[in-house]
Design a protein around this ligand. Structure first.
Ligand code: MTE
Length: 393
């Protein structure tokens, strides 16, 4: 018997649905797979592979992003996954290489959950594209979401496998194949070993997640298993995770060795010498507006950098293109690696002006007035500007 992904999306929310409910779900190959009905409301920037972001006014309705509103970023087709046969292996610089099915993983290790925000490094790339055409998905402010992820801690799996004291990085590889010209390779990446240890009772350094918002992962989000790396760019949270390798070096996978790096000329030497992106810069966006008799209440999100202990300290909104600023009220819900909602009520005197937003964090990092260019269009975090006219309608 098979159970479709859309049927699962409609299952009543449970805090941590038994994984066996989903154990027969099969994600069809991408060319056969229509958009999951649960995801029909996204704005698709590309459909093959699927890359979609939610409408901004929907995005700031709930601090925990409902799964249907959570962006999808895939570099290739969803792999065909036969869940009952799916296994994840751990090898490399470990005493005992091991392989687990999903039920084995969930039976053997304590369950753990984390609420954290995941965002694509290409967020707001269309701002770069407005300046100069570039390759890459033309993302606006929507490839970001905050979810409750559940599964087991990577640190527990590493302890069971026995990690060598010389190990410095953990590599991840997905079951998907990314095609680039004549080349075809799996999506992968790695995190420094120190990140796997950056954890406490409440917060796993890295989670091997089987569930999102209390339900088994949807195919588009990496069913049956993915990594979730709180505070790191989405690219490090590898979907359809089937291989973990412990090493003394970062992974040689294309998505950490060559791309997801801030480069300017893109020469092989520059790429080679540039460190991979792990964390975010402080960022914010205005997502919705409600105009009542000329008083406009605007609402949005701010994203902290993912540095442990560092949070958003203020969000300022300018009703006049950056001449004057008011402090926004901060939403009550927070979390160490979570976005922060904010709102402000403005009187806009000139409909020809722009409303601007900038966030600052507890270390004093703030969003610059204009964005520094980089070749791949990553991590745009200049003031978010919205034409006032758009908000007055
Ligand atoms: N994992 C695999 N295997 N393949 C991918 O294409 N995309 C990455 C990451 N993990 C990707 C992947 C990127 S760039 C992002 S931003 C996040 O997944 C997006 O996760 P989501 O689609 O669940 O929102």
């Amino acid at each position: 018997m098979s159970r479709s992904v859309s049927a699962l999306a409609g299952t009543a929310a449970a805090s941590f649905l038994p994984w066996s409910v989903a154990s027969r779900t099969v994600a069809a190959a991408w060319d056969e797979a229509p958009v999951d009905p649960a995801k029909a409301d996204l704005i698709y920037r590309t459909r093959a592979p699927r890359n979609g972001e939610p409408r901004l006014k929907e995005l700031v309705k709930d601090w925990i992003t409902p799964t249907p509103q959570f962006y999808i970023r895939s570099h290739g087709a969803n792999p065909t996954v036969v869940a009952d046969q799916f296994k994840v292996s751990i090898a490399g610089m470990v005493d005992k290489p091991m392989t687990f099915s999903i039920p084995e993983l969930l039976e053997r290790f304590p369950k753990s959950s984390v609420t954290c925000t995941v965002s694509c490094a290409g967020i707001r790339r269309y701002e770069f594209i407005k300046i100069k055409q570039m390759k890459g998905v033309p993302w606006q402010e929507g490839p970001i979401g905050n979810a409750v992820w559940s599964g087991v801690r990577l640190s527990d799996v590493l302890t069971a496998a026995g990690v060598s004291s010389d190990a410095k990085h953990v590599w991840f590889e997905g079951a998907d194949t990314v095609v680039d010209g004549n080349a075809a390779f799996p999506f992968g990446g790695s995190v420094p070993m120190s990140k796997t240890r950056e954890e406490d009772e409440k917060l796993p350094g890295v989670l091997l997640a089987t569930h999102m918002n209390g339900q088994p992962l949807l195919a588009d989000h990496g069913f049956p298993l993915r990594t979730i790396v709180p505070g790191y760019i989405g690219a490090r949270s590898v979907k359809w995770l089937q291989k973990i390798v412990v090493s003394d070096k970062p992974s040689p996978n294309h998505f950490i060795a060559d791309v997801y790096k801030m480069v300017y000329s893109g020469t092989p030497v520059e790429i080679d010498e540039t460190a991979p992106i792990y964390r975010y810069p402080v960022n914010a966006a205005l997502c919705s507006a409600d105009n009542k008799d000329g008083k406009v209440t605007v609402k949005g999100y701010a994203l902290p950098t993912g540095q442990k202990g560092c949070s958003i300290s203020k969000v300022e909104v300018s009703p006049d293109g950056g001449k004057s600023w008011v402090n926004a009220a901060m939403g009550e819900q927070t979390g160490e690696f979570c976005w922060q909602f904010w709102s402000a009520t403005l009187t806009i005197m000139n409909p020809e002006t722009e409303v601007c937003v900038r966030a600052t964090d507890s270390l004093g990092n703030t969003m610059p007035e204009s964005g520094p260019w980089n070749l791949k269009g990553y991590l745009y975090n200049a003031w978010h500007r919205v034409p006032a006219k758009q908000l007055l309608n």
